[in-house]
Ligand binder design. Structure first.
Ligand code: SAM
Length: 332
C-alpha cells in the first residue's frame, strides 16, 4: 500500500481525537528512548505522539478494524512501532517478545470510530445491528437482550449502567421481544424510551442501558482488572502505568488498584493491618482531568480521568478482584 493511501493518523486530524494527550506524554517524561505498551491503540493518536517524541511503541487492540492505522505507523516508524492484535488483559504476554518495557498506557473504552460506525451497533443515535462487539466475535448485545430473563437483564442494567429504572426497562424489553427479536440499536432505544420516557434536557434514556450492554458484551471490567495486574507483572521498578478512564466505575477500580489502603486487593477486612504491606505502586499522581482548552475542542474529554503511578520493586500480586469495587451483576 502506498503511503498516500494511508489513513491520516495525526493527532490533529485523526478520526479519533486523543484525550488528555499532553498529560499522557507528561506522565512518561522524559519519553525519548523508552519502550511503551499502548494497550488501546484505536486510531493510534497516543502511539503516534509517543513515536514522534522518540519512544518505541508496542501497540495492542482487540478491534481488527484498526489495522490500517497500525499499518500506516508501521510504514512511518518501521523499527520503533509494533502492532500486536489481542486483548489488553494479556498485555504482558503480548509484549513479552518486546521487553524490557518502561511504561504502559490504557485509554479505556470505545473509540469515536466505533461509536460513529452505525454497523458496529454501539450508538443509540445511529441505526445499526445491535452488536457492540469490539473484537467482532463472541456474544453480541442482541444475543443478550434476546436471551436473558427479565431479572438477569435488570440486574445487568443496574450493575453495569447504574440504571435505577432497570426493572421497568427489562420488563419492556422482554415484552417487546415476544413479538419479534430485537435486532437493531434504534429498536432497542425506542423500547427503552417507551419504558421510562424522555425528559427534555436530560441524557437520552438509553444512555445507561447501552453502556451496561457494551460493558457486558466486552467484559470490560474483567479486562481492566486483568490488564492492571498484567501491567504490574510486566513492569520493573520505575516503570510507569498510565490509565485514562471515562466513567466513575472504572476510575474507582484504577484508584483502588494503585492505592490498596483505599480498599485495594491487599487489604484484608478481617485482620488489622499492623504494618503496611509493601506497596507495588508509588508516586501515585493526583487524578488529572481535561482543562477548558481541551474541552472546548473535544467535549468527549469531559468525563476523562487520568491516573498514573510508578512500579516499586515489590513482587507483583496474584490477580484479585476483591476490594477493587468491581460492579457485580446480582444472580437472578
Ligand atoms: C478510546 S480508544 C483508544 C484511542 C487511542 N488512544 C487513540 O488515541 O486513538 C479505545 C480502544 O481500545 C480498544 N480496546 C478496548 N478494550 C480493549 C481490550 N480489552 N483489549 C484491547 N483493546 C481494547 C478499543 O477497540 C479501542 O480501539
Amino acid at each position: 500500500m502506498g503511503k498516500r493511501s494511508m489513513p491520516d493518523t495525526s493527532s490533529q486530524a485523526g478520526p479519533h481525537v486523543p484525550v488528555l494527550l499532553d498529560e499522557v506524554l507528561a506522565a512518561f517524561d522524559p519519553i525519548a528512548g523508552k519502550r511503551i505498551v499502548d494497550g488501546t491503540f484505536g486510531a493510534g493518536g497516543y502511539s503516534r505522539a509517543m513515536l514522534e517524541a522518540g519512544a518505541t511503541v508496542i501497540a495492542i487492540d482487540r478491534d481488527p478494524s484498526v489495522q490500517p492505522f497500525a499499518d500506516a505507523l508501521s510504514v512511518e516508524f518501521d523499527d520503533r512501532f509494533f502492532f500486536v492484535p489481542g486483548t489488553f488483559s494479556q498485555l504482558d504476554s503480548l509484549a513479552a517478545d518486546h521487553g524490557p518495557i518502561d511504561g504502559v498506557v490504557l485509554d479505556i473504552g470505545v473509540s469515536s470510530m466505533q461509536l460513529d460506525q452505525a454497523e458496529r451497533g454501539f450508538s443509540f443515535m445511529r441505526d445499526g445491528p445491535l452488536d457492540m462487539r469490539m473484537s467482532g466475535s463472541g456474544e453480541s448485545a442482541a444475543d443478550l437482550v434476546n436471551a436473558l430473563e427479565t431479572e438477569q437483564l435488570a440486574n445487568l442494567l443496574y450493575a453495569f449502567g447504574e440504571e435505577r429504572k432497570s426493572r421497568r426497562i427489562a420488563q419492556f424489553i422482554v415484552a417487546a421481544r415476544e413479538t419479534k427479536p430485537i435486532e437493531t440499536t434504534l429498536e432497542l432505544a425506542r423500547i427503552i424510551e417507551k419504558s421510562i420516557g424522555r425528559k427534555p434536557g436530560d441524557a437520552h434514556p438509553a444512555t445507561r442501558s447501552f453502556q451496561a450492554l457494551r460493558i457486558a458484551v466486552n467484559a470490560e471490567f474483567d479486562q481492566l482488572v486483568e490488564a492492571l495486574f498484567a501491567a504490574e507483572r510486566l513492569l520493573d521498578e520505575g516503570g510507569r502505568l498510565v490509565v485514562v478512564s471515562f466513567h466513575s466505575l472504572e476510575d474507582r477500580i484504577v484508584k483502588r488498584f494503585f492505592d490498596p489502603e483505599k480498599g485495594g486487593p491487599s487489604q484484608s477486612r478481617h485482620m488489622p493491618q499492623v504494618q503496611t504491606e509493601a506497596r507495588r505502586w508509588v508516586e501515585v499522581a493526583k487524578a488529572r482531568k481535561a482543562g477548558e482548552a481541551e474541552l472546548s475542542g473535544n467535549p468527549r474529554a469531559r468525563s476523562a480521568v487520568l491516573r498514573a503511578a510508578t512500579r516499586s520493586d515489590a513482587d507483583s500480586r496474584p490477580v484479585k478482584f476483591d476490594g477493587l469495587g468491581v460492579p457485580k451483576v446480582r444472580e437472578a
